[in-house]
Design a protein around this ligand. Structure first.
Ligand code: GLP
Length: 241
């Protein structure tokens, strides 16, 4: 495991973008596994800035997002589809046909999850998977208790996760109770992982994930088993290591 501890999130963004740029230079048609939340925002900003300077393009890349809320369509402002369009796909001019997310409003969500997994396998799986970490150690929306070999599926969100994500929803709307997420098994098949975390609130989750036992109770702990993982965190998220 490569553990990189940096001063601040700007530095995180630069190093993360360097890794992605290198990945795309080696394989322009890489399959990138993408994450949402507050953590990757600076990284996406940096990617967009490099795109504007002509240094980074997703022209030949394919993207698969980790997850989507059940019940939210792509037009809902708190959907991950909308987040990705706003922060990355739109500004980078990514062809929508190359950008994949689970359909949160599919009539048969379990079938949609299976189909999403199949679409990912059909392009050969993920080359580089970007990950954030939840306060409870989740990755994607794989909550504590998720099987370490799980595949894409419908999951029930924990109270902690729903409370943490409530800030993205209007006051009169609560965080959805369910989501579709890639499984831990799917994530672990990615050829390379890049786990990001910032801020003191993540310190305990980061130390449990990196230094604790590998257990379904801390889904992110599974990264200890991955042969090619870079953990890129700021000093605050590193305080419990
Ligand atoms: C969300 C997402 C995860 C993300 C995590 C942390 O629930 N499903 O993919 O990594 O929470 O989010 P944040 O970066 O906002 O702390």
């Amino acid at each position: 495991m490569d553990l990189i501890i940096v001063r601040n999130t700007e530095r995180m963004a630069r190093i993360g973008a360097d890794l992605i740029q290198r990945q795309l230079a080696t394989k322009p048609d890489s399959v990138l596994g993408l994450a949402t939340g507050a953590t990757p925002l600076n990284l996406y900003r940096e990617m967009v800035a490099r795109h504007r300077r002509g240094r980074l393009t997703l022209e030949r890349a394919i993207t698969f997002n980790l997850d989507e809320y059940l019940g939210l369509g792509p037009e809902h402002p708190a959907s991950y589809a909308s987040y990705m369009r706003r922060h990355l796909f739109g500004p980078m001019g990514l062809d929508p046909a190359r950008a994949h997310l689970p359909n949160g409003t599919a009539a048969a969500p379990e079938a949609e999850a299976k189909c999403y997994e199949a679409r990912l396998q059909a392009v050969g799986g993920i080359d580089l998977q970007l990950l954030g970490i939840g306060l409870n150690g989740h990755i994607g929306f794989n909550e504590p208790g998720s099987a370490l070999d799980s595949r894409a599926r419908v999951v029930c969100l924990s109270a902690t996760t729903r409370a943490a994500n409530q800030r993205y929803f209007p006051l009169d709307e609560s965080t959805p109770t369910h989501a579709i997420t890639l499984g831990i098994g799917t994530i672990m098949e990615a050829r390379r992982l890049l786990l990001l975390a910032s801020g003191s609130a993540k310190a305990a989750a980061v130390s449990d994930a990196l230094e604790g036992p590998i257990t379904p109770e801390v889904p992110a702990s599974v990264v200890q088993r991955h042969p090619r993982v870079t953990v890129l965190i700021d000093a605050e998220a590193a305080t419990a290591l």
